[in-house]
Design a protein around this ligand. Structure first.
Ligand code: GGG
Length: 335
């Protein structure tokens, strides 16, 4: 029987609760479909930082390299700066293991509450976010700190290799899944160097996929259209920062952040890929056992209602929707 070595990093806040539940699902799936999971729990994250001054041990990346996949909960802690939690764990893992494709599919499940007034149309979007460079490249610095002349510079980095491979990934995903269209999202009017370069690479790669419709939209217009007409989108490809921001909108219009999955893929499979919920550590509700994919108020009755909201008035249809969405998600991982 095939065995998968999985590194589980529950991390901070509700990350611990959701990973525990996810592991139960994984175990149930392994029994049903006949595979084994050798799971190692790695207690890294903000508590590790508060105890030892580092989010993860010195040899963490070498240790992680030996696994088939990484299952991450969340990072973020009220006593640790956000840039420390992100740059001390999540971002080095994505970069070191060349997890350049961040795939965030969103489907509006039947019966799930959405803030949209119109709920009749199907929403089924795969947002492909560049995951190793762009605005997250960590190039820059600060001088004259704390004085009137202080300066902070942060440079976005767009390489030919990085830009071309993420755009090609999005088109290959669209082709494999027989999807209709790929939309590229930039801000080329304001960022006339990097984003016009992205647009040019997008046009070049698009020419290899003549059967797929293409469009390019500015990020501000995309933010509006994802709320106004989310059903008009199919596959989206965007830079690291724009993809991060827009995936909060795609998650929100399809039922909330709690439902949104995120796969950080090295499509070459040379390194382990990492799977995580889109949401953060939610320290305000951590440890109370109320982290839940649906939305709602406080207390047990509200909690039950949230669970029901998640399933909807027709749980059978909701589950069928989940299975279809999960099938798409799994296909999205390795087109
Ligand atoms: N589920 C992982 C997590 O804690 N995500 C929160 C976060 O801030 N993510 C930033 C990113 O995806 O770039």
């Amino acid at each position: 029987m095939k065995q998968h070595r999985i590194a589980a990093i529950p991390g901070d806040g509700i990350g611990r609760e959701v990973v525990a539940e996810g592991v139960r699902v994984m175990e149930a799936a392994s029994r049903k479909f006949g595979f084994l999971c050798a799971l190692e729990d790695l207690p890294w994250g903000s508590q590790h930082y508060l105890d030892r001054g580092r989010m993860m041990p010195d040899d963490a990346l070498t240790r992680l390299a030996a696994f088939d996949a990484i299952y991450l909960g969340a990072v973020g802690h009220p006593r640790v700066p956000d840039h420390t939690t992100l740059n001390g764990l999540l971002l080095p893992i994505r970069r070191t293991f060349e997890q350049y494709a961040n795939v965030r599919p969103t489907v509006l499940f039947p019966g799930v509450a959405t803030p949209l007034a119109e709920t009749k149309r199907a929403i089924d979007i795969v947002l492909v976010r560049e995951n190793t460079e762009g605005e997250y490249a960590q190039v820059g610095g600060q001088v004259h700190g704390g004085t009137e002349t202080e300066v902070a510079v942060q440079t976005a980095v767009f390489t030919r290799r990085g830009t071309e491979r993420i755009i090609r990934f999005a088109f290959e995903l669209a082709r494999t899944q027989k999807r209709r269209a790929v939309t590229s999202i930039t801000k080329s009017n304001a960022q006339g160097h990097s984003m016009t370069f992205w647009d040019r690479v997008f046009r070049e790669v698009a020419a290899e996929f003549p059967e797929i419709e293409t469009s390019s939209i500015l990020v501000d217009a995309a933010a509006m259209e994802l709320i106004r007409r989310p059903w008009s989108f199919d596959v989206i490809v965007a830079s690291n920062l724009f993809g991060d921001i827009l995936s909060e909108i795609t998650a929100t219009v399809t039922g909330g952040l709690g439902l949104a999955p995120s796969a950080n893929l090295d499509p070459t499979r040379r390194h382990p890929s990492m799977f995580e919920p889109v949401h953060g550590s939610a320290p305000d509700i951590a440890g109370r056992g109320i982290a839940n994919p649906g939305r709602g108020g406080r207390g047990r009755r509200a909690r039950d209602r949230r669970a029901l909201n998640f399933c909807g008035p027709r749980p059978d249809r909701a589950m069928a929707g989940c299975y279809r969405a999960n099938g798409r998600f799994i296909r999205a991982l390795h087109p």
